[in-house]
Ligand binder design. Structure first.
Ligand SMILES: [Zn+2]
Length: 442
């Protein structure tokens, strides 16, 4: 009987009090649909796009858009005022198109590239590097461009006057952490090294260290082992991309090959004998007159401005043979509007040399070269007042005076340092035999 007191379901829905509850809900739904339609939100993907490090409109590379439209920069990542633009480099990007994209003139780009002549930092933009442009709010003239390379390195190009910029490198020294990496050969050394956690660059450095002693494709076999002490630099917990190989042991059946990095940046075996051939001081057979020395502040012969001169200029006839000053690998072959045709060689991970204003280059990027090998012919290309060679030496990514720097010019650790070297080698061996994870250095 009680069931009879319960009204039928359809009648319940018709009850006025329930309808009153539904009205606001229905009204809200209608408003929501209308507002969504008007904003075309249904036309978009249902899942919101993740905000990437680079603003959405910048993901496109720079060749002029198909429809000829230049898209305005969109403040997606962080709201920016309209005189500040950021561009995150993607592979295939080039500066000229980036400047076009922001409607900054090619003439201004030329002034920036001129300021970069001593650094050549803009020649190796890597995916993930960021460029930040600051314009004058009224004249829209470029005041400043900042290149963010990694957490430990930024370069600021600042306008000096109507037609020139200067540069400032802002370096934040990081903390180095040491790590032991070991592995067994399966397939090639290179593949096994990568599989154990070494980078391609580090694996190439190791094969270069032993270049004179070991033929990696013939001598290394499955079951051979390797141990590596590697240090990496971190700034605020972020890897800067800088690493160094401190020690390597390759254990082949009955033979052991060792390499230890010493304070001069060179690698030596257990007895203190150099694994690479010693450096040459000069990049030519004959010594030529120096027309401009290495200097932190010199007056530029063409522009008259005071700026660093990161190399030494030798006056020599066009076509003089230029020799690699050490064993190494060609990392750059480029043609720069101001530095001219130039070559960069890295020697064992700590040293690099650059040869500028060449007339002809005889090597290609990635090629392994030996000390004394002819790599180019001198010339007068780029911004140059006459035939000369501009020669640079970099130690740990910093330019130094190539005529004075302490470079390994001998085939072994000097006698007065041999005990210090041996102590260091013993420490590194102990570390490889009893690896501790991620030791902080200093
Ligand atoms: Zn020079």
């Amino acid at each position: 009987m009680i069931e009879n007191f319960k009204p039928p379901r359809n009648q319940t829905q018709k009850q006025p009090p329930n309808l009153r509850w539904l009205w606001p809900l229905l009204l809200g739904l209608v408003v929501l649909i209308i507002s969504c339609l008007s904003q075309s939100c249904f036309k978009k993907a249902p899942v919101p796009e993740p905000i990437s490090a680079s603003p959405r409109c910048l993901e496109k590379p720079q060749s002029p858009d198909a429809d000829g439209q230049v898209q305005p920069p969109s403040p997606v990542a962080s709201p920016e005022p309209d005189h500040l633009f950021t561009w995150t480099i993607a592979s295939g990007d080039n500066l000229s198109a980036i400047f076009d994209h922001f409607e900054i003139s090619q003439g201004t780009l030329c002034q920036i590239v001129a300021a970069d002549e001593e650094l050549l930092a803009l020649d190796i933009l890597r995916p993930g590097n960021t460029l930040t442009f600051t314009l004058d709010e009224e004249t829209r003239q470029l005041l400043k461009m900042e290149l963010y390379v990694h957490p430990g390195k930024r370069i600021v190009y600042q306008r000096m006057d109507a037609d020139s910029f200067d540069f400032k490198e802002i370096l934040t020294p990081g903390d180095w952490f040491q790590q032991v990496i070991d592995g067994e050969i399966e397939g090639s050394f290179f593949i096994s090294a990568i599989n154990s956690g070494l980078s391609e660059q580090e694996s190439i450095i190791i094969t270069d260290i032993f270049k004179e002693k070991l033929n990696f494709s013939r001598d290394i076999r499955r079951g051979d082992c390797f141990q590596v002490v590697r240090s990496r630099e971190f700034v605020k917990g972020q890897f800067t991309g800088q690493s160094r190989i401190e020690a390597v042991r390759i254990i082949r059946r009955q033979r052991l090959h060792s390499a230890f990095l010493f304070e001069d940046g060179n690698y030596y075996d257990l007895k203190g004998q150099s694994l690479a051939r010693a450096f040459r001081r000069y990049p030519t057979k004959r010594h030529f007159r120096v027309s401009s020395h290495f200097s932190r502040a010199r007056r530029h012969p063409v522009t008259g401005r005071i700026s660093p001169h990161n190399g030494v200029d030798f006056v020599m006839p066009r076509g003089t043979s230029i020799l690699a000053t050490g064993d190494g690998r060609v990392t750059r072959v480029a043609n720069h509007p101001f530095a001219g045709r130039y070559v960069e060689i890295r020697h064992g991970g700590h040293y690099a040399t650059r040869y500028l204003h060449l007339s002809r280059i005889l090597v290609r990027r990635g090629q392994s070269v030996s000390r004394g090998q002819r790599i180019a012919l001198s010339g007068n290309t780029g911004r140059s007042t006459g035939p000369h060679l501009h020669f640079e030496l970099h130690v740990n990514n910093r330019p130094v005076n190539p005529l004075k720097a302490a470079i390994p010019l001998q085939a072994s650790v000097p006698q007065k340092k041999i005990n210090q070297f041996k102590e260091r080698a013993v420490e590194l061996i102990a570390l490889m035999e009893h690896p501790a994870k991620n030791l902080a250095l200093r």
